[in-house]
Design a protein around this ligand. Structure first.
Ligand SMILES: [Zn+2]
Length: 413
């Protein structure tokens, strides 16, 4: 253990209650070093002494360990009578900063419940530790140099109510990809709140904004970050396309089964095969897919449209890309498949924003939004243990925010 400036370890006692041993480390102020104000950390004359308090420390040899110390109060010229500066403590928290940092770091590798169990503390203590860690990080993070952001919606929990959606803002610059902000719901007000939290300087400095076609987002981005090139990114468009193919498959499958047709078998368990990129479908799945494509089923036509659209992303010039888009929409509109026609109408309505993808080519990596989106899903799926939105919010910042970390007097991991 290190020493704290101004304090000495006076006594270490091991309590051996059967079944629940405990280590108490009693600290005393160093006589030769002046006490300091808890708010400004300047030396100040003493005032009085408070009763002894206990702080939970990192368990030593697997035994719960506590710091015991009677804090003094000082009379600061500026702040009046306040509790002295205690280097291992932050305010009224019953856990030392070293322990909070320790739990928070482990909580990134294990679930909060596992962390609590491994270090003989409560879920609540882990929660508060991560919260403290994240708050510190958010206060000290640098937002200068953010040029590209991605705006995305995330579904969490059960149901489709407004509260089951989150709006997230990522930084997607090549040098730094991280979560910048997360907020409840996916309305205009949500995104406005998010941009406000980033501050006007960041919003004014944006060069690229990637988002989905969700209307409230489009409106807010146009109004607040008009100088940035707004791009509807590939990941979301592919998502809409896949959803449409799946809708065609489900409708057709229901129809065929109702009529007792054999063809219904061709569609059985084909969902993931159909959504995959054609070049990645191999083996038995490939045979089934070929058989399906040889049929006259609507699903086969929808699949063909989806695969054809992949060529769109290979263009370099926006002019040729636009020509291809026109051709594809024309085919989709004539396909008599309503979900595919809906995608075509959507693409047409947002043509300019989609073509911005080619105007920004080379400046933005196309996998950034998708990568962060996948990572968020990993965290929100673990969210059954989080209980509240706030808990999940801080877990997201903790895992994906790349936040700076508070310095600690002791470091264990
Ligand atoms: Zn002071």
């Amino acid at each position: 253990m290190q020493r704290f400036a101004g304090f000495v370890y006076q006594q270490v006692r091991l309590h051996c209650h059967p079944g629940q041993p405990r280590i108490d480390i009693t600290l005393q102020p160093h006589r030769g070093i002046a006490r300091r104000c808890g708010r400004c950390q300047r030396a100040a004359p003493g005032y009085d002494c408070l009763p002894e308090r206990r702080w939970q420390f990192v368990p030593l040899w697997g035994i719960p360990t506590y710091f015991c110390y009677a804090p003094r109060r000082v009379k600061c010229a500026e702040h009046g009578v306040v509790v002295e500066h205690i280097p291992w403590s932050d305010g009224k928290r019953p856990v030392t900063c070293a322990m909070m940092g320790f739990l928070a770091r482990w909580a990134r590798r294990m679930s909060w419940r596992e962390t609590a169990r491994a270090f003989q503390t409560s879920w609540e203590a882990v929660y508060r530790s991560v919260e403290w860690f994240v708050e510190w990080g958010l206060q000290h993070r640098q937002l200068s140099g953010v040029e590209s952001i991605g705006v995305d919606e995330i579904h969490w929990g059960h149901g489709l109510r407004a509260d089951n959606f989150l709006t997230v803002i990522y930084q997607i610059d090549a040098g730094c990809r991280r979560l910048l902000w997360v907020g409840k719901r996916r309305s205009q007000a949500t995104l406005r709140r998010g941009l406000k939290a980033l501050g006007p300087e960041v919003v004014k400095g944006l060069r690229f904004v990637c988002s989905d076609m969700w209307k409230p987002y489009l409106q807010v981005i146009a109004a607040q970050a008009g100088q940035a090139l707004h791009i509807l990114d590939r990941f979301h468009i592919t998502g809409h396309m896949n959803q449409a193919v799946d809708e065609v498959r489900r409708a057709e499958s229901t129809r065929l089964r109702a009529n007792g047709k054999d063809a219904a078998r061709r569609l059985k368990r084909m969902r993931w095969t159909l959504l995959r990129r054609a070049s990645r479908v191999r083996g038995r799945a490939r045979e089934k897919l070929n058989a399906l494509l040889a049929s006259k089923l609507a699903t086969a036509r929808a699949w063909d449209l989806k695969e054809t659209f992949r060529y769109f992303w290979h263009y370099r010039s926006p002019i040729w890309a636009r020509a291809f888009l026109d051709y594809w929409c024309f085919r989709a509109m004539r396909s008599r498949l309503e979900p595919m026609r809906r995608v075509a109408r959507m693409l047409r309505a947002h043509e300019e924003l989609i073509l911005n993808w080619f105007r920004a080519k080379g400046e933005l990596s196309n996998g950034a939004v998708e990568g962060l989106n996948n990572k968020i899903r990993v965290v929100t799926r673990r969210s059954y243990g989080f209980r509240t939105f706030h808990a999940m919010e801080i877990a997201l910042y903790h895992n994906l925010g790349r936040l700076p970390e508070p310095e600690s007097t002791h470091r264990f991991c």
